[in-house]
Design a protein around this ligand. Structure first.
Ligand code: PLP
Length: 362
């Protein structure tokens, strides 16, 4: 049964998360009849022109939106961002070599653990001392490091790097939770990876961007499915790609282009984040958790210093159709994720509720 009376839900989920309504409609139609082919997107062969066009458009859109130069290859790979935690060092780091890592959150910590399987890891700075509530600033990246890895946005803790580090060492970044949300020079990176389920599309696929000159330098043997060079040679079609997930990415990238691209969405993202942080700062009952200069525009983390009031606020969010606002189990409190597809109205509804709650309970 298709529900026609869907009530408004404000989706603050951290991932999988909100996608544009148009994308849901188009994806639903494609499950029934893909581009008037008489076939569902779920039953087309991946080596047909029907799917090749989808993949080609997804890759072209990613290149266009991120203004990537010809040195950078775009791949859609399986396994989630967590697979990249080990696929990166497997492809880039010999056992006797050292990679520099920044430790500023749960995901970065996991990436460090995996990298240690393949070579030496130099954790050059960490914000673990304060539960990852800030981004370390005064560190130097050793020029001898094979690459420097960091997480651009710490999804769980709610911090974000607002500048690209200056270095000659190849940059590798996990951009899972802020890719396509803010204008940066993506060409400065040698490798970028992002699980699709936050700003790009449906879970089940990764966007991986690689500057070709960093490949082919490790001596270990790589299984084909783990070898970036083989994926590049095969145009992300070494085996059956996650067809539907790639299709949803293509639709979401098309949507972003139609909305004016990254610089246009960045303006709206700034409005959304400012509205929420300004509201939090103006209401003493709520307390944002991270250093002001490191606040994430994608994941806003805050607490109420009373367990009773936290429960009450959570219940009120639920009653007002706001979902996904509960903080990560390791952090507690609240987290509102403001990804590209979250409408400004959802943030307005949340801040209205906060003001009302504060006037009653503050
Ligand atoms: C969600 C997330 C991941 C994990 O992604 P999976 O696709 O579940 O492996 C890794 N890094 C960051 C920054 C994330 O936000």
């Amino acid at each position: 049964m298709i529900k026609t009376d869907i009530t408004v839900v404000h989706n603050f989920n951290s991932g999988p998360s909100v996608l544009p309504k148009e994308v849901f409609e188009q994806a639903s139609n494609a499950i029934i009849d893909f581009n008037n082919s008489g076939l569902s997107i779920l039953e087309i062969g991946h080596r047909t022109s029907l799917f090749q066009e989808v993949l080609d458009e997804a890759i072209a859109s990613a290149k266009e939106l991120m203004r990537l130069d010809d040195e950078h290859e775009v791949l859609f790979l399986h396994g989630g961002a967590s697979t990249q935690f080990f696929q990166v060092p497997m492809n880039l780091l010999n056992e006797n070599e050292t990679a520099a890592y920044l430790d500023c959150g749960t995901w970065g910590t996991k990436a460090i653990k995996e990298a240690k399987i393949f070579g030496n890891v130099d954790v050059i700075a960490s914000s673990k001392d304060k539960n990852y509530t800030y981004i370390p600033k005064n560190y130097t990246i050793p020029s001898t490091a094979k690459y420097f890895h960091y997480t651009t946005n710490n999804t769980i803790e709610g911090t974000q790097m607002h500048a690209i580090p200056e270095t000659n060492v190849p940059l590798v970044a996990d951009m899972s939770s802020d890719i396509l949300s803010t204008t940066i020079d993506f060409n400065k990176f040698s490798l970028i990876y992002a699980g699709a389920q936050k700003n790009i599309g449906a879970a089940g696929v990764n966007l991986v961007i690689i500057k070709k000159d960093i490949l082919g330098k490790v001596t270990r043997k790589l299984p084909s499915m783990m070898d970036y060079r083989i994926h590049i040679e095969n145009g992300s079609m070494l085996n059956t790609p996650p067809v539907f997930a790639v299709y949803v990415c293509m639709l979401t990238l098309r949507w972003l282009k139609q909305r004016g691209g990254i610089s246009a969405i960045e303006k709206i993202n700034d409005v959304k984040a400012n509205l929420l942080y300004n509201t939090l700062d103006s209401l003493p009952v709520f307390r944002p958790k991270v250093a002001k200069e490191d606040r994430s525009k994608m994941n806003v983390v805050f607490v109420i210093d009373s367990e009773v009031l936290e429960k009450e606020f959570l219940a009120e969010c639920k009653a007002n159709g706001m979902v996904g606002i509960k903080g990560h189990r390791t952090v507690g409190g609240f987290r509102a994720s403001l990804y590209n597809a979250l409408p400004l109205e959802s943030v307005q509804s949340l801040t209205d509720l906060m003001k009302d709650f504060a006037s009653r309970k503050g």
